[in-house]
Design a protein around this ligand. Structure first.
Ligand SMILES: *Cc1c(COP(=O)(O)O)cnc(C)c1O
Length: 411
């Protein structure tokens, strides 16, 4: 079948505005709270606590800023090892290094594509003194959060939950962003709801919330003049940005429902292809379905070789690979993306320890990829997986065409 390229690009995940946002921006303007103080900020903090069920929230300029303050609250000091999710966006782990910490990456499991609790336990055997764990919920799917929480408790470690991609996802009846001592959400432009930018720190500790709020506004002491006893940051959310977030909150559930419909339409459309969707544990979790992804069966992978900055593949009948599918999508003006390249494979982190279920992942060879046994889960998912166009403004008809484009890659 031949299709014409989409006239309007189909995005991976783009902002979806509804009209309420401009009303609150306007309100900030009219009342002249064009600042990092104002009613929109108060309301966004209140709504977040109400929706998620946390005690305190601090509105900040970005999820990355929230993660940085979480690292400070966790007490990371120069040279400290910190256990981190390996398959995540770099914003999860960069803030560890802002405080001088050294990320140790933990391989994932196949049931949720998130940090494997068994591997985390193994990591504590190898590094018993580690005091902080940073776990991310990839693509809106919760990690095995109760197991990870229990391991942290057993080892007296602080847990930081990066729920930037999973706002609104539920694990065992509880919202993500509540399992860590310090939790982070993001309102970046591509997230499930957005402020164009912005993020939040969530915690049940009043003391932590107060510290974060103070640090985020240059650590001003309570004095008639600018008085400082600590280093501060300019990390507070703008009241204009907060207006956008405030307007979006009423549509979070709608966005989740749309993303869920997209996920299941793909799943149905691919049911006789040698692929599966990004997995979750149905009995335990309800993802927010932020991004739909697929992973190609090992036997149906054509040859694909990735260097640091480029890639080659050999097209084969009945088989395909992420690169072939991504190129087909580009041809039709649709945006897909490779799976987030694991942190342990990033040149900047090449010296950092990496733990797999078999021990030190740095000592293992890459020969497993086309063999029978997969030793490094994250390398395998990166090799065989990709993110699909998941924009909630994509119509069912447009998605049907995308499904057909992908089916043709396996012809
Ligand atoms: C988007 C994202 C962040 C960072 O949020 P910003 O608001 O863009 O700073 C952190 N972690 C993960 C996993 C993300 O996807």
């Amino acid at each position: 079948m031949e299709f014409k390229p989409f006239e309007k690009k189909i995005w991976l995940s783009s902002p979806t505005m509804h009209g309420d946002e401009i009303r609150y921006i306007h309100e900030a303007y009219e009342t002249n709270w064009m600042s990092t103080v104002g009613q929109n900020i108060n309301e966004v903090e209140r709504k977040t606590c109400e929706y998620i069920g946390c005690k305190y929230s601090v509105a900040l300029s970005a999820g990355t800023a929230a993660l940085h303050l979480a690292m400070k609250l966790a007490g990371i000091k120069s040279g400290d090892y910190v256990f981190c999710s390996d398959m995540t966006f770099s914003a999860t782990v960069n803030p560890v290094t802002y405080e001088g910490g050294v990320p140790i990456f933990i391989d994932s499991e196949y049931e949720t594509w998130n940090m494997d609790p068994k591997t985390l336990e193994k990591a504590f055997e190898l590094y018993p003194d580690v005091k902080v764990v940073v776990v991310a919920n990839l693509y809106g799917t919760p990690s095995k959060l109760d197991e990870i929480r229990a391991i942290c408790d057993k080892h007296n470690a602080v847990l930081i939950e990066d729920a930037a991609e999973s706002l609104g996802a539920v694990y065992k009846g509880r919202q993500t962003g509540t399992f860590g001592d310090y939790n982070v959400i993001s309102f970046n432009g591509n997230k499930i709801i957005t402020g164009s930018a912005g993020g939040m720190l969530l915690t049940d500790s009043l003391e932590a919330a107060n510290k974060a709020r103070k640090w985020s506004t240059q650590s001003r002491e309570n004095a008639p003049w600018y008085q400082h006893e600590e280093i501060g940051y300019n990390y507070r959310m703008s009241n204009v940005i907060a207006g956008v977030v405030r307007g979006q909150y009423g549509y979070l559930d709608e966005h989740i429902a749309q993303k869920k419909a997209i996920y299941y339409r793909y799943k149905e459309g691919f049911k006789d292809l040698p692929v599966s969707m990004n997995p979750f544990i149905e009995e335990e979790m309800e993802p927010n379905f932020w991004l739909s992804c697929l992973i190609i069966d090992k036997e149906a992978m054509c040859r694909q070789v990735r260097g640091e900055d480029d890639v080659l593949y050999v097209s084969e009948a009945g088989k395909s690979c992420p690169t072939e599918i991504l190129e087909a999508l580009v041809k039709y003006n649709a945006e897909g993306r490779p799976i987030w390249k694991p942190m342990h494979m990033q040149p900047i982190f090449r010296m950092n320890p990496f733990i797999t279920k078999d021990g030190n992942g740095r000592g293992l060879s890459n020969a497993y990829i086309h063999g029978n046994e997969t030793v490094i889960v994250d390398e395998d998912i990166f090799e065989r997986g990709l993110c699909l166009p998941s924009d909630n403004k994509m119509t069912a008809e447009e998605q049907d065409i995308i499904i057909e484009i992908i089916r043709e890659c396996f012809q």
